[in-house]
Design a protein around this ligand. Structure first.
Ligand SMILES: [Zn+2]
Ligand SMILES: [Zn+2]
Length: 183
């Protein structure tokens, strides 16, 4: 859906604050001993995010009722501010990844949810950059830009935005076309 700048960029403010609060809560719960567990849980969450990103984009945004027309709006107007409203997405991650686990494993829950939110923020950043930044051959985001522009041109390929890893695993990685980067 089309949203204002506040809802489009809000996660870049909310997520760092949420991660700091979750880290503080983990420290209160477990002291310094919680640091390695929090860090590993964060890495796990960030890694798992890349798979969630692939699956949500491939199956929910491209094949689910209600969501597909909303995502089509982005495919038709790639430069418009179209997306899931900020506080909805980070709130959803907290509701699914943090709240159910908080009672049993508070440090893991905080690290895991932090990793998922940071992964989501990275995805948002990379996606915005592929469309709006002036990315040239050799720039670190050039691969991501080529990959995502190909997704906009061809059906059924390159669902991963922050990484092409899962497209490779599931056989949906499209060969890069230099021409696609001119879009
Ligand atoms: Zn798409
Ligand atoms: Zn796009």
């Amino acid at each position: 859906m089309r949203i204002g700048k506040f809802l489009y960029f809000g996660d870049f403010v909310v997520i760092p604050i949420a991660v700091l609060l979750l880290a503080a809560a983990a420290y209160v719960a477990g002291g310094l001993a919680a640091v390695p567990e929090f860090g590993l849980s964060l890495l796990f969450g960030a890694g798992l995010w890349t798979l969630v990103e692939y699956l949500v984009h491939r199956y929910a945004y491209h094949h689910a009722p209600i969501l597909t027309p909303l995502h089509d709006a982005h495919h038709q107007a790639p430069l418009a501010f179209v997306g899931v409203p900020s506080f909805l997405s980070s709130g959803l991650i907290l509701a699914v990844c943090y709240l159910p686990l908080r009672g049993a494993t508070p440090v893991f829950a905080g690290g895991f949810a932090s990793g998922m939110m940071l992964g989501y923020a990275a995805y948002m950043f990379v996606h915005h950059a592929t469309h709006h930044f002036n990315i040239q051959p050799g720039d670190w985001l050039y691969e991501a830009r080529l990959r995502h522009m190909t997704h906009h041109y061809r059906e059924g390929v390159n669902y991963g935005v922050s990484t092409g890893f899962w497209d490779r695993v599931f056989g949906t990685l499209a060969a890069r076309r230099e021409r696609a980067a001119d879009a």
